[in-house]
Design a protein around this ligand. Structure first.
Ligand code: SAH
Ligand code: DHB
Ligand code: MG
Length: 221
């Protein structure tokens, strides 16, 4: 019963707000063809990312975890001309597919995929211009470290967003010892306790998972 209602609501939202989209469909088909795991953000979450980029008037975006560029297309297409998405990706195959997909979406001029482990690439970004928005969606045990890096790299007034903040409710189970689950819980708690952040988790995937959305306050509190 509840599932039927959720399905109907999901269909209602998608039919109303998600128009057929050639670039996104091509990106999914190409990722499938290259046998990438189908673990991109849901389409409605992608749309939300696009809106958050616009709302934040973001000109520079950091993404950690590109996969095939599906979320990257949502992020980069909301950039103004001259804007930049830098997406970090550890898998050479994923990075290659992401570059192809961002190019076929007409975003090659503003989107860059850097190959390597994020933890190795992040320090170099500290020498570059600050970001307005970061989207974290890579290896879950590293989420606390990624939050710390985002706090260094994103400007006050910017946004830090992280996918998979609820993990099918497993984060709320303190007995769950999975390294990824504990990593995400640690990030959530650090975000909640940080006086520089105004943060919340917005459930997605029919409430099974969630997006952490953290605004970096502009004045010290
Ligand atoms: N944001 C993508 C989905 C990312 S899936 C989308 O919604 O379209 C997670 C990605 O993180 C995978 O491509 C995986 O290869 C990458 N990844 C895993 N560990 C990583 C690490 N240490 N550094 C950078 N990328 C990593
Ligand atoms: C899975 C989903 C994700 O959104 C992700 O970032 C990694 C893994 C999954 O369903 O396994
Ligand atoms: Mg994810």
């Amino acid at each position: 019963m509840a599932d039927t209602v959720l399905n109907d609501i999901g269909t209602y939202i998608r039919e109303l707000f998600l128009a057929p989209d050639r670039a996104l469909e091509t990106a999914l088909a190409r990722a499938q063809e290259a046998k990438l795991p189908a673990i991109q953000v849901p389409a409605d979450t992608g749309k939300l990312l696009t809106i958050l980029v616009r709302l934040a008037r973001a000109r520079r975006i950091l993404e950690i975890g590109a996969l095939g560029g599906y979320s990257g297309i949502h992020l980069a297409r909301a950039l103004p001309s001259g804007g930049r998405l830098i997406s970090l990706e550890a898998s050479a195959l994923h990075a290659e597919v992401a570059r192809e997909n961002l190019a076929q979406a007409g975003l090659a001029d503003r989107a860059e995929v850097r190959l390597g482990k994020a933890i190795d690439l992040l320090p170099k970004l500290a020498e570059e211009d600050p970001f307005d928005l970061a989207f974290v969606d890579a290896d879950k045990p590293s989420y606390p470290a990624y939050l710390d890096w985002c706090l260094r790299l994103v400007r006050p007034g910017g946004l830090i967003i992280a996918d998979n903040a609820l993990q099918n409710g497993r984060v709320a189970d303190l007995d769950n010892t999975d390294e990824g689950v504990r990593g995400i819980d640690k990030m959530n708690r650090a975000a909640a306790a940080n006086p520089r952040l105004d943060a919340i988790i917005l459930p997605n995937r029919d409430g099974k998972d969630g997006l952490l959305i953290a605004f970096i306050l502009e004045t010290a509190v």
